[in-house]
Design a protein around this ligand. Structure first.
Ligand SMILES: [Zn+2]
Length: 254
């Protein structure tokens, strides 16, 4: 468990990272947007999760850590090369989540740059021609330094700070919402989507495994199905992160 000093340092970095918002864009959306994203990512997100999305005609964004490819840890099987190929072919977005799945606040500028290259080389080794546009911070952990370095490399960087992106979006540290467990998650999902629709914001869900008895970071197939179905019927556009950014930048020009 992290010591008090560690937690204090993290809280300070979190505050400073949010305060340094040098990559913000106005969000004047004609139609609210909901995005579904998966971190790491467990194989079940690529199989069960992708099937749920596709049943509703939607696609997701999968943030991959190269070091997790083909691994099984704590009973969770992670994606393999064939999952990356399959997701990509079916129109899902592949994003980056560092190679080493490391807290970026603990890394030097050089280490971050090297890790970015390593993950890109690894993923492009499986999917030549892959363009990695979007990033998610492992553990949602950012520092002012890591944020400034990473937001130069990517169109967007997503954290785990809970909330709706509304009025202005910080593309260096996008807010997101975890659906949570099925019992409590259902109400939370419905509320978050209603809020996004009312305020015409960009709601980004993030999760990990999609299994019947999910880990505390995951989500059951039923809850994901309800969330995607609800989002589709809410009148929001259900888009990958890349597609959402294309809509947002078009609005910005007009
Ligand atoms: Zn992660």
């Amino acid at each position: 468990m992290a010591s008090f000093g560690h937690r204090l340092r993290r809280a300070g970095l979190k505050f400073a990272s949010n305060a340094i918002a040098t990559k913000t864009v106005p969000l004047s959306l004609a139609r609210p947007i909901v995005s579904f994203t998966f971190d790491d990512f467990p194989r079940s997100a690529a199989t069960v999760g992708a099937d749920v999305l596709e049943r509703h005609g939607a696609r997701g964004t999968y943030y991959a850590s190269g070091s997790l490819c083909g691994r099984t840890e704590d009973g969770i099987g992670y994606y393999g090369p064939e999952d990356l190929v399959s997701l990509h072919d079916r129109g899902h977005e592949i994003g980056s989540h560092t190679f080493g799945h490391t807290r970026t606040s603990t890394m030097t500028r050089t280490a971050i740059e090297e890790d970015v290259e390593k993950n890109h080389a690894f993923l492009k080794g499986i999917l030549p021609g892959l363009v990695l546009e979007d990033f998610a911070y492992p553990f949602g952990d950012a520092s002012p330094v890591s944020k400034l370095v990473l937001q130069r490399h990517y169109s967007s960087c997503r954290g785990t700070g809970e909330g709706l992106n509304v009025n202005r979006a910080d593309l260096g540290l996008l807010k997101a919402v975890a659906p949570g467990e099925h019992q409590s998650g259902r109400g939370k999902v419905v509320e978050a989507i209603a809020d996004a629709v009312e305020r015409k914001g960009w709601l980004i869900f993030y999760t990990h495994d999609v299994i019947e008895t999910p880990t505390r970071w995951g989500c059951s197939p039923q809850l994901l199905d309800e969330a995607v179905g609800h989002a589709v019927h809410s009148g929001a556009a259900v888009l990958t992160i890349r597609e959402a950014l294309a809509v947002i930048s078009r609005r910005g020009e007009g």
